[in-house]
Design a protein around this ligand. Structure first.
Ligand SMILES: Nc1ncnc2c1ncn2[C@@H]1O[C@H](COP(=O)(O)OP(=O)(O)OP(=O)(O)O)[C@@H](O)[C@H]1O
Length: 246
């Protein structure tokens, strides 16, 4: 049963992000306006450097836009003080980083539970077991990140983002380090979170087969959304990527 409704979970209005750090400014995200439906599963795709991670970081409140609005629910977080953005993020958002960002001195279980500990929230053991079981990391919970494979670390990072049952989950290439079997299990679980639990998923991926699990694929080129594919298939996504590579 899909719990998708027309009420937006998050979105942007004329979002632009310019990095001024180098000799010439880089426009990483260029005037992007997008609305993400509650309970939907969206993929963001595009060539390397097209602005996918920057767009996600701004949408999740991890980075400030140069101009424009960013909504999480009805809050325009671009206009809120950092302290309030941190609270909105803690209460509503889960983020899976491309580089995992696990704490090296903590075990897998401690890493997964860290957001709950920081928020002073009680652990939902049933949810913890469901997440850990679905991701197949139940037998690695006592290991520290350095004792885990890249794919296991990635799944711990995903579990950490899911264990607070956030309304919106941003995942930056969550299957990048996974083999086909564990990647498929993760994508099926994300689909379950969206369809059965009404959570909103936004996932950056380079993998056309992974994008086919989403309800929608946003195609980025030079910081702009140049295509918005409903019910993407691996073929429709590959056709787009082929056309921009040509
Ligand atoms: N902190 C930064 N300072 C300066 N430029 C940056 C910074 N972060 C990203 N960029 C630039 O912004 C552009 C978009 O980068 P971004 O990482 O968002 O792309 P991407 O589509 O996620 O790439 P990839 O698929 O390789 O991860 C690139 O030209 C990148 O070099």
């Amino acid at each position: 049963m899909s719990q998708s409704t027309s009420q937006p979970a998050c979105g942007t209005q004329h979002l632009t992000k310019v990095f001024e750090t180098g000799e010439t400014p880089v426009v990483a995200v260029d005037d992007v306006s997008v609305t993400i439906e509650r309970g939907s599963f969206s993929a963001i795709m595009g060539p390397s450097g097209s602005g996918k991670s920057t767009l996600m970081h701004c949408m999740a409140g991890l980075d400030r836009p140069s101009s424009g609005s960013v909504f999480i629910g009805t809050d325009n977080i671009a206009q809120l003080p950092e302290k309030v953005v941190t609270r909105v993020r803690r209460d509503k958002v889960g983020f899976v980083f491309q580089s995992f960002n696990l704490m090296p001195t903590l075990t897998a279980e401690q890493n997964i539970l860290l957001p709950l500990e920081l928020a002073g929230t009680k652990v939902d053991r049933q949810l913890f077991d469901q997440v850990v079981g679905s991701l197949g990391i139940g037998d690695r919970l006592g290991h520290r990140p350095s004792q885990l494979s890249g794919g296991q670390q990635q799944r711990v990072a995903v579990a950490r983002a899911l264990v607070t049952r956030p309304e919106v989950i941003f995942a930056d290439e969550p299957t990048g380090a996974l083999d086909q079997r564990t990647g498929t299990a993760l994508l099926e679980y994300l689909q379950f979170c969206s369809r059965e639990q009404g959570q909103t998923i936004i996932m950056v991926t380079h993998d056309a087969k992974a994008a086919a699990y989403a309800d929608r694929a946003l195609m980025l080129l030079d910081g702009r959304i140049v295509d918005d594919i409903a019910h993407p298939t691996a073929e429709s996504v590959l056709a787009f990527l082929g056309s921009v590579a040509a």
